[in-house]
Write a protein that binds this ligand. Structure first.
Ligand SMILES: [Zn+2]
Length: 216
């Protein structure tokens, strides 16, 4: 999931004067992103992604209320409004295992209620109407907590994806392949860098092996 804490607050300040709470602002920002991404043409790529998505849904530990949008612009994959999984059609070019991992990771954000958790973080710091007097003094602290929450959610979504892949009988190597496909990324405000995510996955695998589950 992608979050831009300071950009969001900036957006809030440039909008009309009617009262909005911070979750309204987050929702509006996500809607702007969603509308900026045109649907991909229906073809073999979109179909391959839909097939992977349906295959995953059948393997989830619990039913998840999610909707898939295949688009032709924007990032590789992200979840908007807590339930709309937006995927770039180029995901179809990845090896199947890597593609399944990326999609399962997004479903992990939905299953983990990460959008609601993040809304609660914002609401904690900005409980009422969004205006400069209430947002400016807390922007730093909110940004730090939102970033820490987002990093934790990324690790959780990775661990969830690993679990779903295992339920499909796939190798954990598919997860590592997904990272390798995207190259080595550094930490950002919203995402831990590749090195940390791979280390966290290895720790999850080692934990699963230690508790007697099949980790291969
Ligand atoms: Zn994520």
């Amino acid at each position: 999931m992608r979050w831009f804490p300071l950009t969001l607050l900036g957006l809030a300040l440039t909008q009309p004067a009617h009262a909005e709470d911070i979750v309204d602002v987050l929702r509006r920002s996500q809607q702007v992103r969603l509308e900026a991404m045109p649907p991909a043409a229906e073809g073999p790529k979109a179909q391959a992604i839909r097939r992977s998505f349906e295959q995953l849904r059948r393997a989830l530990p619990q039913e998840v209320s999610a909707e898939l949008h295949v688009v032709s612009a924007g990032t590789l994959a992200e979840t908007l409004h807590g339930r709309i999984v937006v995927v770039h059609e180029s995901l179809a070019d990845m090896p199947e295992g890597a593609r399944l991992f990326v999609l399962a990771h997004e479903l992990g954000h939905v299953a983990g209620h990460h959008w609601q958790q993040m809304g609660a973080v914002y609401r904690h710091w900005i409980p009422g109407e969004v205006k400069p007097e209430t947002t400016d003094p807390v922007a730093g602290a909110l940004g730090r907590e939102a970033s820490a929450t987002s990093h934790r959610q990324e690790y959780e979504a990775d661990a969830y994806a690993l679990q779903v892949l295992r339920r499909l009988g796939r190798s954990p190597q598919d997860a590592f392949a997904a990272f390798m496909q995207q190259g080595m990324l550094q930490d950002t405000a919203t995402h831990p860098g590749t090195r940390k995510r791979v280390a966290s996955l290895r720790a999850t695998l080692a934990g699963a092996a230690g508790s007697g589950h099949d980790a291969e």
